[in-house]
Design a protein around this ligand. Structure first.
Ligand code: ATR
Length: 277
């Protein structure tokens, strides 16, 4: 029987057990997936359990994604580019690390806004934190031409330098100027998250066929998405990214590639509604 986990600190809000247990039940797999509250010092202990085959692997969440990146024995390309690990498993006697957030981000848009990714098409990313790194990797893999605006310009410049060609850092005050001709807007800042101030962006400058997406999912419809929808633009919420990023891990640990279905989305939505009435 394969046992998987999600580790982080604190770990009370994770929806990952709900998602993976849904798939375990759906496929009749006798595995387990549990949340293990893990302080920084305990991460090596957990990873050694995977190395010994006592655990099949798991997810790593805040604040351990960078520590996991440094602690695994081998990394796939996405993890290397993003600089953080959110999924670990054992293969060829080594503890492997991947980052499935870029995959989840792209798969969500593929599902909800097919045709969003085209070589040389302009995208604007807001924010330059950890989440932005995964989004930038996904956009560059698809050949998009990215403007990156961040309150602290130096952070955007650092990421542009890290990813190389195809990403231009833009001062926060000039974010509206970058909207002209932009076909995809991605908010990775915390602005608009539950109760915080909304992201101030002049959506009216976007072309009519632009897609606007937010990677947070509480609230499901952020003020940015509500404004974009009111203007008739296509919007994609962040819940699908959470669901899709879980797919590759499940396949590694349990040997079946699961699907993101409307039923799964409804299950997680119901859980979110309970936690955030
Ligand atoms: P994560 O890893 O989840 O992306 P983070 O590293 O804390 O989180 O990044 C949060 C992002 O939101 C950053 O880009 C941050 O801008 P700074 O780099 O200047 O800190 C952005 N952010 C947070 N509050 C903001 C605000 N009031 N106005 C503009 N950007 C804000």
């Amino acid at each position: 029987m394969a046992d998987a986990f999600v580790c982080g600190w604190p770990i009370t809000h994770t929806r990952s057990p709900l998602i993976h247990r849904f798939w375990l039940d759906q496929h009749g797999i006798e595995g387990t997936y549990r949340a293990i509250p893990t302080e920084a010092g305990d991460l090596p202990v957990l990873f050694d359990q995977v190395r010994r085959g006592e655990l099949a692997g798991g997810n790593v969440t805040i604040p351990h994604k960078e520590a996991a990146f440094a602690s695994v024995d081998a990394r796939d390309e996405a993890a290397e580019r993003i600089g953080a690990v959110n999924t670990v498993w054992l293969a060829d006697g080594m503890l492997w690390g991947s980052n499935t957030d870029a995959y989840g981000f792209a798969a969500n848009l593929d599902e909800r806004a097919p045709g969003w990714a085209q070589k040389g098409v302009k995208a604007l990313v807001l924010g330059a934190g950890g989440a932005a790194r995964a989004v930038l990797h996904a956009l560059r893999e698809r050949g998009m031409d990215v403007s990156l605006a961040n309150r602290t310009l130096s952070r955007a410049e650092g990421l542009a330098a890290h990813f190389g060609q195809g990403i231009a850092a833009v001062p926060w005050e000039k974010r509206n100027e970058a909207l002209e001709g932009t076909k995809l807007v991605v908010n990775t800042t915390s602005l608009g998250m539950d109760g915080t101030e909304a992201l101030d962006l002049d959506i009216g400058l976007l072309p009519a066929d632009a897609v606007v997406t937010d990677i947070v999912y509480v609230p499901l419809e952020t003020p940015l998405l509500a404004t974009a929808r009111a203007r008739g633009l296509q919007t994609v919420d962040g819940l699908g990214m959470l669901l899709h990023q879980a797919v590759p891990g499940f396949e590694r640990w349990f040997g079946v590639r699961p699907e993101v279905t409307p039923e799964l989305r409804e299950l997680v939505l119901a859980d979110l509604a309970e936690a955030h009435p």
